[in-house]
Design a protein around this ligand. Sequence first.
Ligand SMILES: NC(=O)c1ccc[n+]([C@@H]2O[C@H](COP(=O)([O-])OP(=O)(O)OC[C@H]3O[C@@H](n4cnc5c(N)ncnc54)[C@H](O)[C@@H]3O)[C@@H](O)[C@H]2O)c1
Ligand SMILES: [Zn+2]
Length: 672
Amino acid sequence: MNEVEAGRRLRTLAKEIARHNRLYHDRDAPEISDADYDALLRENAALEAEYPQLIRADSPSRQVGAAPSTVLAKVTHARPMLSLENAFSGEDVHEFVRRVRRFLSLAEAEPVALTAEPKIDGLSCSLRYEKGQLVLAATRGDGAVGEDVTPNVRTIGDIPQQLSGAPEILEVRGEVYMSKADFAALNQRQAESGGKVFANPRNAAAGSLRQKDPAITAARPLRFLAHGWGELSEPLGTTQTEAVDRLRALGFPIDQRVVRCPDADAALAHYAAIEHERADLPFDIDGVVYKLDRLDWQERLGFVGRAPRWAIAHKFPAEKAETTLERIEIQVGRTGKLTPIGRLTPVGVGGVIVSNVTLHNRDEIGRLALREGDRVRIQRAGDVIPQVVENLTPDEPRAPFVYPDHCPACGSEAVAEEGEVDIRCTGGLICPAQRLERLKHFVSRGAMDIEGLGEKTIVEFVEAGLVEKPSDIFRLRREQILGREGWKEKSVDNLLAAIEGRKGFDGARLLFGLGIRHVGIVTARDLLKCFVTIEALESAAQGETGIAELSAVEGVGPVVAEAVHDFFHEPHNREEVAALLELARPAPFVSQARETEWSGKTIVFTGSLETMSRDEAKAQAERLGARAAGSVSAKTDLVVAGPGAGSKLKKAEELGIRVATEEEWARIVAEA
Ligand SMILES: NC(=O)c1ccc[n+]([C@@H]2O[C@H](COP(=O)([O-])OP(=O)(O)OC[C@H]3O[C@@H](n4cnc5c(N)ncnc54)[C@H](O)[C@@H]3O)[C@@H](O)[C@H]2O)c1
Ligand SMILES: [Zn+2]
């Protein structure tokens, strides 16, 4: 991999890992296994080690968790709540100790004692006591800012409300978790009452704590184990062991498997013992945490990036089992992505019964040469969605699995983009699997922006069968809506007037609203700047030289060209577009640009803007006749940088490109 490729890969990794962090930490709904997630992190770390100059401001190696949810109040931690580095082998653990020795310049003979303890699979929580009273409880959030869960935490029996003989300020940190037995019973109750069934104890604990109603938390069997601390007005001891003993004496639950080990080998022996016991433990664990016992050493080591240098989590290997792959089914996601799912003969893996696996994509099926009927080895890594790691019967004669080239939900053609493994349905507008998301996008503020037709209403209309595709919005009749619950005459009239008002609307916004892959509002404008009407664009896209013609448009590359071509290639889409054009009659493109000194220039906006949205800034640039671009190059004429600007600003400075603040930009606009 060369430097350019590495930079590109790092960008992809940053985006992907951030997405998985949100899914896992914020939404409690991971899409990939922890083992796959950890592999992404390791790939990122290896690339950063090779190309330190490419380390991004938003690098996953510097981030903890995910931003706090907006449902709960935010709490800025007095001391950050960090993550842990991972070790996957005994050798990794020895290397950790060697790193510590080097950092502290320890003599050969100097022993390095560690504590070893189970890594509880819950969610971390910080409890703040002032003068012995519990005053604040917070989740980790992104490490710097967490969520205020004080009223909820007050309902957890394991957590003392009052302490005697505690330091004046004491922040205790530990894990809120649910025992396996309580989790099973809760899920049973939830299923019987038609409530949410949780994927695993960690999700159940997180879902029970990270919500607004303390009565719900109180009804859930949450528990707590302390394993560390944050701000302190006086030390708890001189070693980790002493400090933990002190916390226990103050009344905090501490797991009995926390032990002091004189060296790494002793710690590894304790790891083996805990791993042996794992299945019988009352709660889920995903590894063993080692910490330096001496607190003065912990202090000197401090932390780097997202984790302390003085601790490491030794993860357990994934659990495996063998079974039969009975069927391969293709699911269509909300964005049209086809995902193969394996239906298995149910089998127990690490304490849960597994009957489905994700097969990721077509390439993965090819790599494992999977066919319906094969025996497979599956793996579950303390996670929700297990995966196939090996085909045990690749040589048995069996018909190969034929991957569909049409969408099972709507019958449209399904294609892979150049260089991409994912296969997508091209029938976006008419595909039932994508219906809701497409419609939400169509009416959204950046697209048709129909007042009174928000996401909620779209969901209502789709569920009622009133709307299936965008053109149906223009077919809505008064009597269809009137008489529905919550709709008064006035609101129906307002809605119909708003829809009526969108006839003859900006063609670029309608084109953007179609949700063609890679066609954002800027690209939609670029396309119509050249073709003027959607009809003209459509016939160009369908022509023999369509892709070449589209690629030649200023601001449009081959990827966009191909996506537009694929979209108009699909007869269902053409039919729907024709109906839309007939009903909505969008306006042909009229350039809003004036002739100014900025005409034809290229401007890049980076960082956050405070007085306007990014979209507004781009629109301003366009009105000056300039083009808003996404990345800085030698052809850039101006970079407008707000707070938090990173690599783009750096690049502009390197290239000697003019840089303006948001305020200066506002002046440029006013004066042009
Ligand atoms: N599957 C996914 O999409 C996905 C996404 C993000 C994270 N993850 C998984 O989540 C984990 C990463 O999350 P993370 O950043 O919270 O790191 P982590 O959970 O691996 O380790 C840090 C946390 O461990 C907790 N912990 C539990 N027992 C402890 C003990 N005895 N001593 C000290 N700390 C203890 C602490 O709360 C600490 O915040 C990994 O296992 C990763 O695989 C998975
Ligand atoms: Zn489809």
